[in-house]
Every structure is written in structure tokens, then in C-alpha cells.
Design a protein around this ligand. Structure first.
Ligand code: ADP
Ligand code: MG
Length: 261
């Protein structure tokens, strides 16, 4: 069974505690969303899980095995990540970057097999990048870069996917397409999600963070209540169920309307 289990993860930058004893788990096929205001520690939490930061305490178990003790190559076969900042220092084409997703599956200097080529072509196609495959990454738009790094993560073909605000820079069409695509992969997904309506549509479980701590966890119905949205973001809202989707929909109320409710 595939499970990601996080126990008591903490991290401080100097004396600023950004993650404070985080514990949660993501099960096979589950889409878990991490919500919370800017600076609440979502990226810090995800960076520890995709091994960009070493936790100062706590542990991370992937299928019961200690992630931090795994060789990087082994964890990269199990867990793919899309980080929030995606600048690439060298001149690579879109296709070359997507092909990097295959490297954990190959030995150094192995050529791309026909299977690798098929997987890369498929990931390019899924993200609408086929036409851009030979363009330089440094010369494409923010949204196209975002789709390129998502395609790279898909090409990595891992049972776990970590996404840090994957809808960043994307128009509503691509936002919906990417969430549907990721949901359809059947991987265990842990994603920082900015947009509460996307979280309501796609997440099975939502973890709400504030000031480095986990405040709430549960289904969208349990976590996305006007009271909790107020507590987390300080914004008034109305939450209703859309008959078309059966999912919750959140409408935010500007300060000026507060007296009316
Ligand atoms: P989020 O992703 O929820 O916006 P982050 O995990 O990026 O939050 O940041 C959590 C806190 O840690 C913030 O207060 C942020 O300013 C701080 N922080 C993040 N990265 C660094 C860093 N490299 N050095 C110092 N402080 C940082
Ligand atoms: Mg962040």
C-alpha cells in the first residue's frame, strides 16, 4: 500500500519557526490539499517532504520506509515534486527539461529508450506543450514554464506527487485541466492549493495551516466552513453546495458588505 506519513515535522529559519510539529498522512489514491495564508509554512512543509530542506525534527515515512535515509535516486522513483519557484539556470529546451523526469529511472549516460521517449512525448501532449517542445525554457511564459515542470513531474511516473501551488501562473482552463489530469492519475497527491474553490472541487482531504501549525484537517465540508475560513484568512465568505458538481463553492465577501450579513 502506498502511504506518505509525516510525524512531528518542524523547521525554523534562524529563530523563525516555519513548521511546527506537523503530522499527517496521505493514502493511496488520495488527493490532499494544504491550504493557509501566505507565509503559513506550506512550502516549508512540502520542501521537507521533497527533500529540499532537511527537517530539524520529525520523520517522513514513505510506504513505511524512512524517506530521509533513502538514496535520492530511490526516493526520486517514488516521489515527484513541482516546487513553487522554477527558474532553471541553463539553456534547456522544454523537451529536455521534461526528459529530466526520466533520469531517476536510468543510469548515468544511458540514452533515452523508446519507452522514455514515449513517456516524454505523452507528458508534453498532456500539458499542451508539443508545439513548444524545442523552444528554450528561458523564452517561454510563466504559465508555459509551470506546465513544463508539471510535465517533468508526470514523466517521472511516481506513485506520490507533491505540488506547490501548481495552478500558479495558469489561466482557469489550464488550472482545471491540470487538477483533473492529476486527479485522474490515481497517485497519492499532496498539493499546496491557493484557490479554495479548486480545493473544494478536487481535494479528498484538506489540511489547513496557520503560523506553521496545522489548524484543521478533514473533508472539504469539514474544513471549508465560513467560520474556519474567517479564522484562517480573516475573510468573510458564503459556502454553498453546487448542485451541478455536488461540491462546495466559496464566495468571498468584501469588507464593505460585512454589515449587511
Ligand atoms: P507559504 O508557502 O505558506 O507561503 P513558506 O513556507 O514559504 O510559507 O514560509 C513560511 C515562513 O518562513 C514565512 O514566514 C517565510 O517568511 C519564512 N521563510 C520561508 N523561506 C525562508 C528562508 N529561506 N529564509 C528565511 N525565512 C523563510
Ligand atoms: Mg509557498
Amino acid at each position: 500500500m502506498t502511504t506518505l506519513q509525516v510525524e512531528g515535522l518542524s523547521y525554523s529559519y534562524g529563530d523563525k519557526t516555519a513548521a511546527d510539529g506537523l503530522s499527517f498522512q496521505v493514502k493511496e489514491g488520495e488527493f490532499a490539499g494544504l491550504i493557509g495564508p501566505n507565509g503559513s509554512g506550506k512550502s516549508t512543509a512540502l520542501k521537507m517532504i521533497y527533500r529540499a530542506l532537511r527537517p530539524q525534527s520529525g520523520r517522513i515515512l514513505l510506504n513505511g520506509q524512512d524517506l530521509l535515509k533513502m538514496p535520492y535516486r530511490q526516493s526520486a522513483k517514488l516521489l515527484a515534486a513541482v516546487s513553487q519557484e522554477n527558474e532553471v539556470p541553463f539553456q534547456f529546451t522544454v523537451e529536455e527539461i521534461v526528459a529530466m523526469g526520466r533520469s531517476p529511472h536510468k543510469r548515468l549516460f544511458d540514452l533515452d529508450s523508446s519507452e522514455d521517449k514515449r513517456i516524454v512525448a505523452q507528458a508534453l501532449e498532456q500539458l499542451g506543450l508539443t508545439e513548444l517542445a524545442r523552444r528554450s525554457y528561458s523564452q517561454i511564459s510563466g504559465g508555459e514554464k509551470q506546465r513544463t515542470v508539471i510535465a517533468r513531474a508526470l514523466a517521472q511516473q511516481c506513485p506520490f506527487l507533491i505540488l506547490d501551488e501548481p495552478a500558479n501562473h495558469l489561466d482557469i482552463g489550464y488550472q482545471m485541466q491540470i487538477f483533473s489530469l492529476v486527479k485522474g492519475l490515481g497517485c497519492a497527491v499532496l498539493a499546496a492549493v491557493h484557490d479554495l474553490n479548486l480545493a473544494a472541487l478536487y481535494c479528498d482531504t484538506i489540511y489547513a495551516m496557520k503560523d506553521g501549525r496545522l489548524l484543521y484537517q478533514g473533508t472539504p465540508e469539514e474544513t471549508l466552513t465560513p467560520e474556519r475560513i474567517w479564522e484562517i484568512y480573516g475573510v468573510r465568505s458564503v459556502v454553498s453546495r453546487r448542485p451541478e458538481t455536488g461540491k462546495l463553492s466559496v464566495a468571498f465577501l468584501p469588507k464593505e458588505t460585512e454589515r449587511a450579513i
